[in-house]
Design a protein around this ligand. Sequence first.
Ligand code: P6P
Length: 349
Amino acid sequence: MRTNFEPEFSPKMKVKSQAAKSMEESRIAQPIGIALDRFIKINQDQFAYASGELSQLLRDIALASKVVNREVNKAGLIDIMGQAGSINSGGDAQQKLDVLANIRFTRALTKGGEACALISEETESYVDLSNDGKYVIAIDPLDGSSNIDVNVSIGTIFSIYRRKSPVGQPISDADILQKGSEQVAAGYILYGSSTMLVYTTGHGVNGFTYDPTLGEYFLSHADMRIPEDGKIYSINEGSYNSFAQPVKDYVSYCKDQQYTGRYIGSLIADFHRNLLKGGIYIYPATAKDPNGKLRLMYECNALAFVAEQAGGKATNGKISVLDIKPKTLHERTPFFVGSKNMVTKAESF
Ligand code: P6P
């Protein structure tokens, strides 16, 4: 597959990246086609106090995603389909790719040395990476893994926090149970018809498409903004009978407005489509999941940060997700995320 961007080395690109340098202070995006490494380097200056560790951390995550992407793309070919036979902290049957993705991201982040602790859906407690890294990572290595065997897009979700306790001290709850508003970076990788890395460091949101023939991510969606309004609502209406009345009323409102129902059953796929086209994704409290199904620390916080940085909104139905003080690692929260005006409308119910 030929990439339709100019590869990094073309002289014209050099000129553009000079131009890009002059824009580095603004949120105006760098030129489409710039390679992820160059983009990170140019924008590193926006992180005055980061002497490169955050940049290295983003590179470590991108590297692990390339390995996972390769495994996801051949899942049907070698025997890593189906269940690993083990159970994760949430009681979900672990798919082999879940386990593999968790190993890959943990290994990349451990080797990178920038993260001192790792919070993962796949491990009961946090993992102390016993190094002097300045950052704490919360990650869902492979969300929507029940979709693997049916070839539906799946994703990795990550949040990056600054360590609070002094380096050299043991990791404390203050380092681990941080509010989403404390994130310094967050994003996701979508293993879909193409593989994309979408992330923010608090200066807008940018999307990179992976070119497997070059083994590189290239900027394909610069300065992503979610439309303030949308006509797509994503919710599992199979649980309709156990929704709270206001949620039922909002779903009826969506039908009255003749919105389109789109629910892939893979959070990242639904979120990404709504980010591009406008829409709302809702996973409310249900009889089965009275606090909602999605996890605050390694699913909702990251997507809430991305959504808000793209001009959208994310709440638990009452307050911003980013303001929720986590009490436990794997706690769940109701989740309303997407176009600002749609989330506000849903809250009004
Ligand atoms: P339900 C996948 O298991 C997941 O965590 C999200 O990716 C997805 O949006 C949601 O759960 C689907 O859950 O209960 O609607 O099948």
